[in-house]
Design a protein around this ligand. Structure first.
Ligand code: ATP
Length: 931
């Protein structure tokens, strides 16, 4: 309804002041009364729903079927154990999911939008959730409208309302529009002036309607919509669930968790393994039929085999590793918005970064000035002849310097700092020369203009990139006199730009126009220029160098002048020769083939517009790279989306950039990208280790069972034994591997991973098979020990048939199975320790870096001990008590994977030494040959 009210009426009704806003006291009172400006969270899953969701998995179906069949076969203890383990798994999964969700919720809070409000006459930044009705909110290109607003000021303000109306073309807003005027008449002039007659007529047509479509409320801005251009101010008319978006409850969908490529691949692997388990069962049946064996007994064995083939702990371990890495990343100033990006980060081969604020500190100070065709230091400023220059930089400025408060773009604040040194203040100057209109800065035009009232004349001040501003100038101000701009003077100005830029200074020109008619930003008078220093971030050069070692190229993409960009790029080690720089103009003119060729050498792109950024990102992608791209502005959103990983800046980034991104850097620092990539590589490495570890254990179980049955022997393991190992003794070490601290230097000495590369690439499959067979070998050896001793004692021939006969004795079988079970369970713990780093001896590993692994091993041994030594567990698992001597012998057998690990290190150490030169060339490390 506020669309039908004038600004004054709105202010009266909402009891607010358009210039001063609310008082803090009144705002606090309204906040108390109406609560937070937030949309209600979507309904959360109930405990029963999340529990059932855990059970909804093909792997769990196999287990449940196994439990039912065991029950039917009166194998009650097996059935109970399977059921208990499945339930435990579901409960643990549920708790973990709840924890991960909580972590993600708290991350959401970190990225929740802020709003600029005017309270007690001062502009300040507050969390958008604290807005109240009557607050005056300032809008800027790139921000998300934080509440429903009746606009009070608009300057080329365009808002994209697709979240609300589905219309993706931004709508031009107009504060002076009233949908139903005070006298019942529509202010059509406002539209005609802007050439939007059609819209005006349309709205006029709507005048009689009691309901005016949202898209036609040109004087309103709605919560969750996005400002794409211009600036504006508005008074909050509704907050939280009272807003238009709040009313449309259906729009607030539950967000669907996205699965990462790895999770998808593992899901497929799970399906393949389930299928494989069925095939194995069928094969086993065939063998049993051929061997004319007891079919019921074979059915029990087949179930055990099916259970052995399924890596039950795998999905949970991977999900937990990914979720933990997201929380870990927050500590290195990175907020992950989309889970799959954690993995993609590890495969990044090109990082495209903007300069200002990311590679540099964004702490601008004016170093030198240029007026009257001369370069001079800022100390010499302040003479009468510099007045217009200082006035221009102060008035054509949106920064706010008040008390200790600094709000705005550092470029603009640097100009305000400078003019303040000479006694000029923006607020005071604006009283004398009120701003009547403005053309906001945009990175395509690379300039901005403000229009001011001077007596009955309008003065325009323009500031922007000197090369662009110069194109619009026809005269120059020399010692207070405006004279036509000669070619010679243009040349001098360009030389001054080059001279400042080559010293890595960022240049900005000031121009003006007094009175005059014709198109705006044309026929300007060149007033002067400043050169600003923006020092490179001290840690950026190191990060660039480490990226180079890691096979990751750094590309600087900036809107700044090519010489400035080259100078900074050289300081940081991104480029060494000017030929490695390309301007946006050249990007626009090169054909695709030549452009792609250029990408091999060019590492700095200067004076680019946002559409060039998209072309650059797509070009690098077309050359087979995985591209990370940083951005902050509204116009960066397309390139952030085009990149494999869009990185938004947390401090200076607009809401639009953040929404288009996959990750957000909370400190805007280039070096943080390196930490995120290290973490991404580490997570992948860890998950790979966990998967290989878990699958080698599964393979060990399958082979143990299959080989024994093939020889006509009883099954060496019961299904409850296998489940115990898969879900209890295996899971903790697998998790410990998943959260291992990797050696960052080692990770960054390798080239990036090929994103299509399988988890088993580079020897991973060989590693799984080797350890799987080794574990099967030692488990079978343990299994055979008991019948072997009996055969020796009875002095009967050492034949397979005799083994089979001896094992038919239940007590002997139980003890033999206990041996196999104990060795299999314990060997996993030894194996996990070695898997921490396949290229390092355990004597060189830092074991206290992974305390979880120590805990997992200690607990694993205790649990394994409990299963054979605590009476009720022995009864449930059908195990036998073991003597200390037996324990020691079995422990020795179980340590074989670790012995093998040490032997492999010895072998590969030799191999690394011999092949050192070859490896350097191929940039591969021993681990990749091994894993
Ligand atoms: P990055 O390196 O992050 O791309 P940039 O600041 O160099 O950032 P833009 O913001 O597109 O890129 O700025 C391009 C040019 O526009 C600058 O070199 C400067 O000359 C000019 N410029 C920047 N900010 C302003 C501003 N607020 N008003 C007028 N001109 C500006």
């Amino acid at each position: 309804m506020f669309e039908t009210k004038s600004i004054r009426e709105t202010c009266v009704q909402l009891d607010s002041d358009i210039d001063k806003g609310l008082t803090e006291k009144e705002a606090a009172r309204r906040y108390e009364e109406n609560g937070k400006n937030e949309l209600k969270e979507p309904r959360k899953k109930t405990v029963v729903e999340s529990f059932l969701e855990q059970l909804n998995d093909p792997l769990i179906y196999v287990l449940l079927a196994a439990a039912v069949i065991s029950l039917l076969l009166h194998e009650i203890s097996d059935a109970v154990i399977i059921a208990v383990v499945v339930l435990m798994n579901a409960v643990v999964g549920m708790i973990q999911e709840g924890k991960a969700q909580k972590a993600l919720d708290s991350l959401k809070k970190l990225t929740s939008p802020h709003a600029y409000v005017i309270r007690e006459g001062k502009e300040k930044e507050i969390p958008a959730s604290q807005l109240v009705v009557g607050d005056i909110v300032c809008l800027d290109a790139g921000c998300q409208v934080p509440a429903d607003l009746r606009l009070t000021r608009t300057s080329s303000l365009k808002v994209e309302e697709s979240a609300l109306t589905g219309e993706s073309v931004p709508i031009e807003k107009d504060a002076s529009f009233i949908a139903k005027g005070a006298g019942g008449g529509l202010r059509r002039e406002a539209y005609e002036e802007k050439g939007l007659e059609a819209a005006g007529k349309k709205a006029a047509g709507n005048r009689k309607d009691t309901h005016i479509p949202l898209g036609d409320r040109y004087n309103m801005a709605f919560m969750s919509t996005i400002v794409t251009y211009g600036r504006g101010e508005g008074i909050v008319t509704a907050t939280g669930m009272d807003t238009e978006i709040g009313k449309i409850a259906s729009l607030i969908n539950e967000s669907h968790e996205e699965l990462t490529p790895l999770q998808k691949r593992l899901g497929e692997l799970g399906k393949i393994l389930s299928l494989l388990s069925l095939l194995l069962c069928a094969a086993l049946f065939m063998i049993a039929l051929l061997q004319k064996r007891n079919l019921i007994e074979m059915l029990i064995t087949a179930i055990s085999l099916a259970v052995a083939a399924v890596p039950e702990g795998l999905p949970a371990v991977v999900t937990i590793c990914l979720a933990l890495s997201v929380t870990k990343m927050v500590k290195v100033h990175t907020i992950v918005r989309k889970l799959p990006s954690v993995e993609t980060l590890g495969a990044v081969s090109v990082v495209c970064s903007d300069k200002t604020g990311t590679l540099t500190q964004n702490k601008m100070t004016v170093e030198s000035c240029f007026t009257n065709q001369k370069i001079f230091g800022k100390k010499d400023l302040g003479k009468e002849e510099h007045k217009e220059f200082l006035k221009g930089m102060t008035l054509c400025n949106d920064g706010v310097l008040e008390g200790g408060e600094r709000i705005g773009d550092p470029t603009e604040l640097a100009l305000l700092d400078l003019s303040a040194r000479f006694g000029m203040r923006r607020d005071e100057l604006e009283k004398e020369f009120p701003r009547t209109k403005e053309l906001a800065f945009d990175s395509n035009r690379k300039m901005m203009s403000t229009f001011h009232q001077r007596g009955n004349q309008t003065v325009t001040y323009t500031k922007g990139a000197p090369d662009e501003v110069l194109k619009k100038c026809s005269s120059v101000l020399l010692y207070g006199r405006t004279v036509p701009l000669t070619e010679q003077q243009r040349k001098q100005i360009r030389q001054a730009v080059e001279s400042m830029s080559s010293q890595a200074l960022r240049t900005l020109a000031i121009a003006m126009r007094a009175g005059g008619s014709g198109p705006v930003e044309e026929g300007l008078t060149f007033v002067g220029m400043v050169g600003m220093k923006d020092p490179a971030r001290p840690e950026a050069a190191g990060a660039v160098a480490r990226f180079r070692d890691a096979g990751v190229s750094t590309v600087m993409i900036t809107g700044d002048h090519v010489d400035t960009a080259f100078a900074i790029g050289k300081q940081l080690g991104i480029v060494s020769r000017p030929e490695q720089c390309l301007t946006g103009e050249a990007v626009a003119h090169l054909d695709e083939e030549r452009f792609l060729q250029k990408l091999d050498t060019v590492r700095v792109f200067a004076r680019v517009s946002p559409e060039h950024k998209v072309r650059i990102v797509k070009g690098f992608k077309a050359k087979g790279n995985i591209v990370a791209m940083t951005g902050d502005g509204v116009n960066d959103a397309p390139s952030l989306k085009a990149a494999d990983i869009g990185i938004a800046m947390g401090m200076t980034g607009t809401d639009v950039a953040k929404q288009a991104s996959d990750i957000i850097l909370t400190d805007d620092n280039f070096a943080t990208i390196e930490k995120a990539i290290v973490e991404g590589r580490g997570v992948y490495e860890n998950i790979k280790k966990s998967v290989i570890f878990l699958l080698s254990s599964n393979l060990g179980e399958i082979m143990t069972m299959f080989l024994a049955v093939l020889c006509g022997l009883a099954s060496p393991l019961k299904s409850s034994h296998i489940l115990w190992i898969n879900l209890i003794t295996d899971s903790l070490p697998a998790l410990a591997l998943g959260v291992d601290n990797n050696d960052a230097d080692g990770l960054m000495r390798r080239p990036p991973r090929d994103p299509k590369e399988s988890l088993f690439a580079g020897g991973g499959l060989a590693c799984t098979c080797f350890y799987g067979l080794l574990i099967a070998g030692i488990s079978l050896a343990a299994f055979f020990t008991i019948p072997y001793a009996v055969i020796l004692e009875r002095q009967i021939p050492l034949t397979i048939n005799n083994f089979a006969t001896v094992l038919q004795h239940e007590a002997i079988l139980n003890r033999a199975q206990t041996y196999a079970f104990t060795v299999l369970g314990m060997s996993q713990l030894f194996h996990a320790v070695g898997m921490r780093d396949v290229r390092k001896s355990i004597f060189k590993m830092k074991h206290f870096d992974n305390k979880l692994m120590i805990a997992a091993c200690v607990l694993g041994f205790l649990l394994q001990f409990a299963v054979t030594e605590i009476p009720f567990l022995t009864a449930a698992f059908g195990t036998a008590h073991l003597t200390l001597r037996e324990w020691l012998r079995l422990a020795f057998l179980a340590s074989f994977p670790l012995l093998a690990h040490e032997l492999m290190i010895l072998f590969s150490f030799d191999f690394v030494r011999k092949g050192n030169r070859k490896q350097k060339l191929s940039a591969k490390t021993a681990s990749e040959y091994m894993l």
